[in-house]
Design a protein around this ligand. Structure first.
Ligand SMILES: N[C@@H](CCC(=O)N[C@@H](CS)C(=O)NCC(=O)O)C(=O)O
Length: 221
């Protein structure tokens, strides 16, 4: 059997989601190992001691343990939709948005979503911060509910898993009161895409080193 890259992943992790989407779009087949964050496999920690998912072990032994690196690697290998070309056209702007989401937005999102993990904080203050960060992105969303043109871009894919988390913290508030309306349509469209549904297929936790589970799972949606 040919050697495949091995992806350590966690279904609900937004970083792992965007990595899986890029792998799927690049038509790269991997062995997938679904991880429980409270019980990370020693094989994964040996490859990447920092202990975050996703981690991708390449066929040549190289390890990628940052989701954006996995996305770039996958698309550099095969980019049938020219997503990298689109990304590079507005690279500095795209990088600015990605930084804002991965740092400022994620920082505030964690405090809004999991206030009990922090001492003495007001989650609503952090919800406001998230909402304000979304203003500049809201302005970029076009009539097709994408940032660029009529299709999913690298930026949509990298950002939307975090917007999904923002909604999940309080769907009633998000659907009815969140002020950035285009963001809602943008997310709704994203969640309805087959590509997204295919990366959200459930895999059992990987516990047996002899067990090989293949991603993508072409059988189900
Ligand atoms: N910068 C990393 C962040 C990945 C990350 O923080 N993943 C979370 C899950 S969503 C994680 O693995 N956290 C470790 C833990 O909860 O123990 C990336 O982009 O891949």
């Amino acid at each position: 059997m040919t050697k495949l890259p091995i992806l350590y992943s966690f279904r609900r992790c937004p970083y792992a989601m965007r990595a899986r989407m890029a792998l799927l779009i690049s038509n790269i087949t991997c062995e997938i190992r679904e991880v429980r964050l409270s019980n990370k496999p020693s094989e994964m920690l040996t490859l990447s001691p920092k202990g975050t998912v996703p981690v991708l072990l390449l066929e040549n032994g190289l390890v990628l343990d940052e989701s954006l690196d996995i996305m770039f690697w996958a698309l550099e290998r095969n980019d049938p939709n020219s997503l990298l070309q689109d990304y590079l056209i507005n690279e500095s702007e795209n990088k600015k948005i990605l930084n804002m989401i991965d740092n400022d937005f994620k920082f505030a999102l964690d405090r809004y979503k999991y206030p009990n993990r922090y001492d003495d904080i007001d989650p609503l203050k952090y919800r406001d911060i998230c909402e304000n960060i979304l203003v500049s992105i809201n302005n970029k969303i076009n009539e097709y509910n994408y940032i660029y043109g009529k299709h999913l871009s690298f930026l949509d894919m990298a950002v939307l898993p975090f917007i999904r988390q923002f909604r999940i913290a309080n769907p009633v508030w998000f659907d009815n009161e969140m002020s950035q309306i285009k963001i809602k349509f943008w997310l709704e469209n994203f969640l309805s895409l087959t590509t997204f549904k295919n990366v959200m297929i459930k895999y059992p936790e990987w516990v047996n080193a002899r067990e090989k589970i293949i991603f993508p799972n072409n059988g189900a949606v």
